[in-house]
Design a protein around this ligand. Structure first.
Ligand code: R5P
Length: 256
């Protein structure tokens, strides 16, 4: 791996633990603005506990002070809103602007089985080509269509395709038999949290994912929609970086 790419990636995936906790706050890009995201600045208290922030350039420029020393995973794709066909996505940010924003990685979604599957694969390929040229890692998000079953066969296939296209690391959903996903994907895998579930269940999911080969999480709603978001991100960190038990992590969450 090229020096620049390796250096950027090591800002996101901690070289000591080999793991990472990314905070996903990019939901608004397709019109999904959950309560906690409405006042984006309230999320600032979470930033110090995240290894990286995943978001769009508009929110980065408007809501994250440039002095915040956090690696940025920039979503550079956009398209249809949640009211229409989500897979109809294209690349909407130039690599020049991503570099101007000093990002550590760029990201877009691939919609395997979706109506615009091929377009999304070509989007990812474009990012990989940019990444190779400028030494910028690419995170492929395996987005799941409403009608898709989130099982190991499907998520494994989507993750493997992302790796085959040259993604530096891959984000997917946790599922039963998750080791079947990580074992066929040669690129590091992080899990999304998905919709909000009880805190203990979310911590158990993070624990299972790490035990089954994930390098970390790129979690959003299960952190910022928690009644104790700071406690929750601290608890997730303890699991991801320090192999904490779910009981110990849950106590950290409760203590806020
Ligand atoms: C997926 O397409 C976006 O990146 C989401 O905003 C992100 O995956 C959401 O994270 P979570 O599911 O943990 O809220």
């Amino acid at each position: 791996m090229d020096w620049g790419m390796k250096n950027r990636l090591s800002r996101i995936i901690n070289p000591k633990s080999g793991h990472c906790v990314m905070l996903a706050v990019d939901h608004g890009y397709f019109g999904n603005v959950p309560g906690a995201l409405k006042r984006f600045e309230d999320l600032n208290v979470l930033f110090e506990y995240a290894d990286a922030l995943m978001l769009t350039r508009g929110m980065l420029r408007n809501c994250v002070p440039a002095e915040v020393d956090k690696p940025i995973v920039l979503r550079v794709s956009a398209g249809a809103s949640m009211l229409k066909e989500l897979s109809n996505e294209e690349i909407n940010v130039t690599i020049d602007d991503a570099i101007r924003l000093n990002v550590s990685a760029i990201t877009c979604s691939i919609f395997i089985g979706g109506e615009y599957e091929k377009q999304s694969i070509m989007n990812l390929s474009k990012l990989v080509n940019w990444g190779q040229t400028y030494g910028i890692p690419v995170l492929a998000v395996t987005a799941v269509g409403r009608e898709m079953v989130r099982d190991a066969r499907y998520l494994g296939m989507a993750s493997r395709m992302a790796a085959e296209m040259g993604a530096t690391f891959v984000k997917t959903y946790y599922c039963e038999d998750f080791e079947e996903v990580t074992s066929i994907c040669p690129a590091p895998v992080v899990i999304a949290g998905g919709r909000k579930i009880p805190e203990r269940d979310a911590l158990q999911m993070a624990k299972n994912a790490i035990d089954k080969g994930a390098v970390g999480v790129d979690m959003g709603r299960n952190i910022f929609q928690s009644d104790k978001p700071v406690g929750m991100i601290k608890a997730v960190r303890e699991i991801v970086h320090n192999n904490a038990s779910v009981d110990d992590a849950f106590e950290i969450y409760q203590n806020g």
